[in-house]
Design a protein around this ligand. Structure first.
Ligand SMILES: [Zn+2]
Ligand SMILES: [Zn+2]
Length: 146
């Protein structure tokens, strides 16, 4: 699946949620897309400020005293730990004193990869973007359904 935020190729990630059929995460912008158990049900991450976007990483081997952000691919956002990392139910807040500086830096870089004109809005394309290149007329002007 092509990421609708930045156009990079998203990767499918395992999901433990039975309501989710497929979960895709873009390794570039870290935008995620979930295809629900019901056909046509698609949920997406929307643009969010860094302190609301990330979950704290949890892993047995991670040293305590520093909080890392979960990087979605079983890794910390800073790639310090490459396996056995799971998201915790807690937010990772870059402003906190114990936040990992490399994770903080990565979060800023990733934030910069979201197009500025898409900020503060939900991602509105409802269907997953197919692998083929889009042809024909441009999409009609967006409309809000509620
Ligand atoms: Zn992307
Ligand atoms: Zn880190």
């Amino acid at each position: 699946m092509t990421c609708d935020v930045c156009g990079h190729e998203a990767r499918q990630v395992p999901t433990a949620d039975s309501r989710v059929q497929e979960a895709w995460v873009c390794p570039y912008s870290h935008a995620w897309t979930e295809l629900g158990a019901h056909p046509g049900l698609v949920s997406r991450s929307s643009d969010a400020p860094a302190h609301m976007r990330w979950e704290r990483a949890d892993a047995a081997e991670l040293p305590t005293g520093t909080s890392h952000a979960y990087g979605y691919f079983g890794t910390t956002l800073c790639d310090m730990q490459q396996e056995g990392v799971v998201p915790s139910p807690y937010r990772w807040v870059p402003d906190w004193d114990d936040a990992c500086p490399e994770c903080r830096e990565a979060a800023i870089v990733i934030d910069g990869r979201w197009p500025v004109d898409g900020r503060g809005e939900k991602r509105e394309r409802l269907c997953p973007v197919p692998r083929v290149h889009r042809q024909g007329p441009a999409l009609p002007a967006r409309s809000y359904a509620g």
